[in-house]
Design a protein around this ligand. Structure first.
Ligand SMILES: [Zn+2]
Length: 136
């Protein structure tokens, strides 16, 4: 059996991921300074989500996005295939899929989640998120 792969060894690719992306919102108590002053005395902001950092970490709803982390932009070190059952264990409808191992981390990514450019990766995320919005 011959399996055609979309990418080659040594190629740099960008992965996408399905998760809750984080973002930071300025703390309303300390206005981003990490400090509050009460009767002329300065305290470290005690807002339970800020703790003196000046911002509050928030999470977006789960969706596809292009992570900015260098971990998701890597050179392919190893290519492998696996046979899996997309439906359930009882079904005999097996499929083959290709996965790629990232250089430094050794983490594996599936072919459908890798792209040559960040632009392509973002376009695919937009397409998948639109499908999610439409309940597909
Ligand atoms: Zn604060």
């Amino acid at each position: 059996m011959t399996i055609e792969t979309k990418f080659n060894h040594g190629q740099r690719v960008q992965a996408i991921t399905y998760a809750q992306d984080q973002y930071e919102e300025m703390c309303p108590a300390c206005q981003g300074t990490g400090k509050v002053t009460v009767n002329g005395v300065e305290f470290g902001c005690g807002n339970e989500f800020c703790w003196g950092e000046g911002y509050i970490r928030k999470y977006k709803p789960k969706q596809w996005f292009v992570p900015k982390d260098a971990f998701y932009n890597f050179v392919i070190q190893k290519i492998n295939t696996e046979t899996y059952n997309p439906k359930n264990r009882i079904s005999k409808e097996y499929k083959d899929r290709v996965w790629y191992m990232a250089g430094a981390s050794g983490t594996m990514f599936y072919e459908e989640e890798l792209f040559l450019t960040e632009k392509e990766a973002q376009e695919e995320c937009d397409r998948r998120n639109k499908q999610l919005e439409n309940g597909q």
